[in-house]
Each structure stands twice: as structure tokens, then as C-alpha cells.
Unconditional design. Structure first.
Length: 120
């Protein structure tokens, strides 16, 4: 099943996990949108540098540390994703509470592991 995913904190650097995640999501036939600080393309996915009102998102996968996430709390909630994935190093109890209040499922997991074990 195609799970449209926003990679929040996307990087053009090929050695970054967000970059790997975009590649692996595309390879697994998921529709991918991405937001990062620098414009560019990874695996055919354009990285947006402005916050767009993406529609029909299934998943937001985070690649921002908790301090940097604060600026995106309202944005993430406004997208109404079915779930948010907190990749290693992005765990954030404050955002967990906000998501709970808004009935948005979240999990502390690794997108790459979920994909490689068919649990995405």
C-alpha cells in the first residue's frame, strides 16, 4: 500500500539518513514529499524549502532534533497525518503530548528498519 510520506528534515547529503530514507521510500513505491533547508532533488523527489500544505499524508517521518522541531509543531498538526515517526535522536516528549492531544498516532522507530522489515 502506498503511504504518502513527508520526510521532514531532508538532506541532499548522500550520507544522511534522511537521504537514505527518501531513496528507500521511493524504491518501495511510496509517494514522497520532502522539506529541507536546501533545494535539490533526491531519487527524483524535489526537496521543498517552504512549508507546503501537503494533502493526504499518511506519515511524517522526522529527521530534526527536538530543539529544531519546536518551529514545526503547528505545521505537523495542521497536516493531519495518520502517524508521525520519530527516528533515532528525534524523540520528543513535548511533541508526543501535542500529537496525543490531536489524536495523531506516533511511534519511536527507524523508517529504514521499518521499510527493510516490511513493517512500514
Amino acid at each position: 500500500m502506498n503511504k504518502k510520506t513527508l520526510v521532514l528534515g531532508a538532506s541532499l547529503k548522500p550520507n544522511r539518513y534522511s537521504n537514505y530514507a527518501i531513496q528507500k521510500l521511493v524504491a518501495n513505491n511510496h509517494e514522497v514529499v520532502a522539506f529541507g533547508l536546501k533545494k535539490g532533488t533526491v531519487a527524483g523527489v524535489k526537496i521543498d524549502t517552504e512549508l507546503l500544505p501537503y494533502k493526504d499524508l499518511h506519515t511524517v517521518t522526522l529527521y530534526l532534533n527536538p530543539k529544531r522541531q519546536k518551529d514545526y509543531y503547528s505545521y505537523i498538526v495542521s497536516l493531519k497525518p495518520e502517524r508521525v515517526i520519530f527516528n533515532p535522536g528525534t524523540e520528543n516528549p513535548e511533541l508526543f503530548s501535542i500529537l496525543k492531544e490531536n489524536n495523531i498516532h506516533f511511534e519511536v522507530a527507524c523508517t529504514l528498519v521499518l521499510l527493510s522489515t516490511n513493517q512500514y
